[in-house]
Design a binder for this molecule. Structure first.
Ligand code: SF4
Length: 109
């Protein structure tokens, strides 16, 4: 599989950012590090493409487009039906994906 073209412009791939722990679960990181990574994503020119890629490829780990994909899955899986709508919006997830996660993980109704 070839590398998507948008990744050439990823802010996390620059020399000053590429050594940050992008693939580590955020619960294992100091909050200040997580904040720096989220700020990097906030200023990234390809954030939208990154988020779409993470959703399409069902990425389940690491920080992608400012969202910790490990946390996103567990938060949605444990949320009520009403709050899933809000969470899906906050995490920029299609609601159908949030519902699919709920089905797989058996979240609260
Ligand atoms: S949005 Fe964040 S994780 Fe995605 S390419 Fe940009 S810096 Fe990297």
């Amino acid at each position: 599989m070839s590398t998507p073209a948008w990744m050439r412009d990823a802010a996390c791939a620059t020399p000053e950012n590429r050594d940050m722990p992008w693939t580590t679960d955020t619960v294992d990181l100091p909050p200040v590090v997580v904040d720096v990574m989220r700020a990097t994503c906030d200023g990234c020119a390809v954030r939208s493409a990154c988020n779409s890629y993470a959703l399409e490829e069902r990425v389940s780990g690491g920080m992608w487009a400012g969202t910790d994909r490990d946390r996103a899955l567990s938060v949605i899986a444990g949320s009520s039906a009403g709050s899933r709508v809000v969470l899906a919006e906050q995490l920029e997830l299609p609601l159908v994906l949030a519902d699919a996660i709920d089905e797989v993980f058996g979240g609260a109704a």
